[in-house]
Design a protein around this ligand. Structure first.
Ligand code: SF4
Length: 102
């Protein structure tokens, strides 16, 4: 007897992230990039490493963060721990990411 097995359907990361919801705490971002002339390599790396795409680089080379959509994974906090270029806090209670599946 032949049994045909099929792999479960796979979802792309973008599709999974779309399942989350985010409640913005207007005017109170929980992550700030400190003013700087030249960002460290670690801070620049966040423009490609942040899973939520929160970091970007301006034409003049400074790194910015828009914390809306932040997944609170802590990658940027850890990567810039030595340089101290960001201020990182959890959002206030009731704000931030709401994980649909836990
Ligand atoms: Fe991006 Fe994670 Fe930092 Fe949030 S905590 S800004 S998701 S790297």
């Amino acid at each position: 007897m032949n049994m045909v097995t099929t792999a479960p359907p796979r979802a792309k990361v973008e599709e999974k992230l779309f399942q989350n919801r985010y409640l913005v705490d207007a005017g109170r971002p929980h992550i700030r990039v400190k003013p700087h002339e030249t960002p460290s390599a670690s801070l620049v790396a966040m423009t490609t490493l942040c899973p939520a795409g929160c970091y970007s680089q301006t034409e003049s080379g400074q790194v910015e963060v828009a914390a809306d959509g932040c997944l609170e994974c802590g990658t940027c906090r850890i990567l810039t721990r030595e340089t101290g270029e960001i201020e990182w806090n959890y959002p206030r209670g009731g704000f931030g990411v709401l994980y649909k599946f836990g």
